[in-house]
Design a protein. Structure first.
Lengths: 361, 361
């Protein structure tokens, strides 16, 4: 028996065990340097190599071409909510957003400070249970913004919307980065707080097409401009070294298991296992999201009563199934099954849910 | 024999060994939760407790009164270079800075975007080898800004300048936070990137008087406003959990050895050991900073030739004394002896420097 639990928290979330073990093993002496990776200068040759390796590995895993740059930043995806309009906005051209829930709403709230924002589609009319279809953006938009996956409601874009060639599509992929094979070329920019599919909290990844970096006004504070990070390979100032290192270990794990394609297969299997329990429960478990828009990463569902929901969360916890309480805005339960969640973990959960239903229906 | 080196890097820098050992021990199972501290939800009761404990410990160590708030942020001190003028600037009132070197210069360069900046004193006339004396700020200034310690030149403020009661004194203390007993009440705000005296890179500490939080314009993006962090106990969005946790472990070590007072005594001893070698070397080693302004944290010095400097850095490295190369802008050598550097480490360095001199003078 392990003393580790199955962690279904929505983020920060479970990390690959092999990455944690490696980090533990070399925590006092990294890479033969005689110091922790937390202690080494970011200007050292050793760290420079590690950062470049992390970038190369990400390029390999996501098949990122050379016209895109990879940036590592602090401040979380919430910081990008204002940095996206600041860096990609264009005088006199609207910024267009699709509102699929809480995180889109927050992104829009920051963008309105920077110019005209148009919400071109929204699923608010049905409590964000779906992803709007046939979304179209204006040809003259500065950029088009979506939230790739919606952690609270458990919805996910399965087909990326089209934009006119000149309108860069931007996605917050904090909770679905590398959950399946994604054509980066469809996007002008992808950003992601690390703490779901990539690593620990404290670092944000930005993948952006280089030709877009020149849009930002020159007199913008240095740390608000993406181009500042680009020019210095994310080391204009001291980056979150340990956090990037953990992302690297996590990506090494992903590479070892066969990359994003293998991960996607595993993710589809995990999601299928869990949605099957819901769909075959004769209404005891009721999924929040519409079936066609269900997330591979977050499975949100309700039980017949709040009492049963609370009981289910508590009994799950006793069995080492942690973090199953739903977000307060939709209630119920939510199992977050990010890349690092094992099939075994999901099977343990489905077994528990099946037994719980039999006992309480 | 240990496989650890003595790490004199200017930051990221050496951390307390006990903190690293504790982190290693519980890296896969923190606090009996069955998960890493990197994996637990920042909304969990366990993390909430840990964050509050970290804040209480900092209040104890620095004797911070209740009219100050403690904020943990991402983005490094460089982010504060623009957030200080943004959050503390006042319409029609100048922002006054003392320029003591590279980091002050960078802070000033960001501030000019936000209003009138006056550099009221500077040591640029003598290559930043000293701290200006008898500095006075205008009564009507929005705030007065200093850089508490200057890592490159090895100078440090030993007496804080006075400001009019209404003019908040702001200090970048990235490289001298808690290096000696400091009266926080002298300051309106203190900020510090963690990676020298507090923890690993990736988190920035801000200690600010609460009454100053209302100055920022309402329509400022949420993540740029200190008040956003204050209202949510640094958890408006996901904070850099692991980085804060490491700061906590590091502070626990500081508390165990007797707090800042005991640390100051140790720091003075370390600095004395090293400056003594320089001063008694008959000019073989030449300190960069004027004696009265010497830093307790960074000891910058030159040797008779660049060849000898390079040789000294290389031979030091062979003996496990790492990171002694000076910053390119002043050249020579620099030993950064932050709080976590042991007296034993400094003694090993002084022994080496003494032998090196005997061999090469």
């Amino acid at each position: 028996m392990t003393d580790r639990v199955y962690n279904f928290y929505p983020g920060p979330a479970t990390l690959p065990l092999s990455a944690l073990k490696k980090a533990k093993e070399e925590l006092l002496n990294w890479n033969g340097t005689g110091m922790s990776v937390m202690e080494i200068s970011h200007r050292s040759k050793e760290w420079d190599n590690a950062l470049n390796e992390a970038n190369l590995l990400l390029r390999k895993l996501m098949d990122i071409s050379d016209d895109y740059t990879i940036l590592w930043m602090g401040g979380g995806a919430s910081t990008q909510f204002y940095q996206v309009p600041l860096n990609l906005g264009l005088e006199g051209r609207p910024m267009e957003y699709v509102n699929t829930g809480r995180w889109s709403t927050k992104a829009i709230a920051e963008a309105v400070r920077f110019g005209e924002v148009r919400t071109v589609a929204s699923s608010e009319d049905d409590d964000f249970k779906y992803i709007p279809k046939d979304v179209s953006f204006s040809d003259g938009a500065a950029f088009a913004h979506i939230t790739g996956n919606n952690t609270i409601y458990g919805t996910e874009w399965h087909e990326w919307p089209d934009t006119d060639g000149d309108v860069p599509l931007v996605s917050d992929m904090s909770s679905n980065l590398m959950d399946r094979v994604t054509d980066v070329k469809k996007f002008g920019a992808i950003y992601a707080g690390a703490q779901k599919n990539l690593g620990p909290a404290g670092v944000t990844l930005l993948i952006v097409r280089e030709d877009l970096l020149g849009r930002v006004p020159d007199d913008t504070p240095s740390m608000q401009k993406w181009i500042t990070y680009h020019k210095k390979n994310s080391m204009f100032n001291t980056p979150p070294v340990f956090n990037i290192y953990m992302c690297k270990l996590s990506m090494e794990h992903l590479d070892e298991i066969g990359g994003v394609k293998a991960q996607e297969k595993k993710n589809r299997k995990k999601a299928e296992l869990l949605y099957d329990v819901i769909d075959s429960s004769d209404g005891f478990y009721e999924g929040w999201a519409r079936k066609e828009d269900r997330s591979l990463m977050n499975v949100s569902f309700r039980l017949p009563s709040e009492e049963l929901e609370q009981k289910c969360v508590e009994e799950g916890a006793k069995r080492g199934l942690i973090g199953l309480k739903g977000h307060r805005s939709v209630g119920g339960m939510r199992a977050s099954i990010y890349n690092a969640m094992s099939i075994e973990g999901v099977e343990t959960l489905t077994k528990f849910l099946t037994e719980f239903k039999e006992k309480h229906e």
